[in-house]
Design a protein around this ligand. Structure first.
Ligand code: GLV
Length: 315
């Protein structure tokens, strides 16, 4: 068996793979180009990918033997699942293991933007004189504020629980599922956007959610409201967001993901009321190791003739 890994994996997770075949890890410490991906899957029975690797018909055509594409992420919008299935392979992801890490990071961003922590950090580092006074760098308190969670999967629910513990009233919008989930009640998207003090995005990127938060959606939000995105960049129209922030149509934004990573809209970089994180949602040592282990478990299961542990849902 030949297993191609597009980016080095953390921890000592490769041993189960080495027992079943030859493992090739990309020598490049960066995302691979489509040409490099195609070259990498030649003769491969399995490929372990990151969220930067676009796997569609062209890459699959270069790897006729491929039986499993194991994505080391919970999101799998970088995989053409229909094409992978048509190829006779399975696509897998790493759900569950990164829920708490991503929910924690969401709260970190939410607190940062509402309490202006990064802004204060920049101020101190710039050498600007400052002193405590009653009106200095005032932010927004969360207690009794409303959090609107868009997408109520495992991460949305984990964020809802955390926000409730901070004293927030929580509502959510989801296409399906019960009307009440933990501390949260389901509402229409319009109601969520127009009443929330913080809107936090936790939906997958699909054709339906692409630019879900566009100019019209941003206009529905309160001028005092904040947007947090730890889902996928293209769920938000970044140019529209930069414009809304510049015009003061919303109070601030905290982003972990971008439309065209690693590029960030220059209009966002200029603004003080925006917190920018470099896609850190699952970035704890423990979580990244678990993600790599789950990807490896999927490859071992499929190449061993068994069922994948965590197949992505079929389109
Ligand atoms: C990270 O963004 C993931 O989808 O796991």
């Amino acid at each position: 068996m030949n297993i191609f890994i597009t980016r080095a994996l953390p921890g000592d997770v490769l041993s189960p793979l080495a027992r079943i075949g030859k493992v090739t890890v990309s020598p490049h410490d960066r995302p691979l180009t489509q040409d490099e991906l195609r070259a990498g899957v030649v003769g491969a029975d399995a490929v372990i990918t990151t969220l930067n690797d676009q796997i569609g018909t062209e890459v699959l055509a270069a790897g006729p033997q491929l039986r499993v594409v194991a994505n080391t992420a919970t999101g799998y919008d970088n995989l053409d699942v229909a094409a992978i299935t048509a190829h006779g392979a399975v696509a897998t992801n790493t759900p569950g293991v990164l829920v708490d890490a991503t929910a924690d990071l969401t709260m970190a961003l939410l607190l940062d933007v509402t309490r202006r922590v990064s802004e204060g950090d920049r101020l101190i580092r710039s050498g600007t004189p400052w002193s405590w006074d009653m009106g200095f760098l005032l932010g927004a308190g969360l207690q009794k504020g409303r959090l609107g969670v868009v997408g109520m999967g495992a991460i949305g629910r984990a964020v809802a629980r955390r926000a409730a513990a901070f004293g927030m009233d929580v509502v959510h919008h989801a296409r399906r599922g019960p009307g009440v989930i933990g501390p949260s009640t389901r509402v229409e998207l319009k109601e969520l956007l127009s009443t929330a003090d913080v809107v936090s995005l936790h939906c997958p990127l699909t054709q339906e959610t692409h630019h879900l938060i566009d100019e019209a959606a941003l206009r529905l939000m309160k001028r005092s409201a904040y947007l947090v995105n730890t889902a996928r960049g293209p769920v938000v129209d970044e140019a529209a967001l930069a414009r809304a922030l510049y015009l003061g149509e919303i109070a601030g934004a905290a982003l972990d993901v971008y439309e065209d990573e690693p590029h960030v809209h220059p209009g966002l970089i200029e603004l003080e009321n925006v917190v920018l994180a470099p896609h850190l949602g699952s970035a704890t040592a423990q979580t990244r190791t678990r993600m790599a282990e789950v990807a490896v478990e999927n490859v071992v299961a499929v190449l061993g003739g068994g069922e994948p542990v965590t197949p992505v849902p079929q389109p």
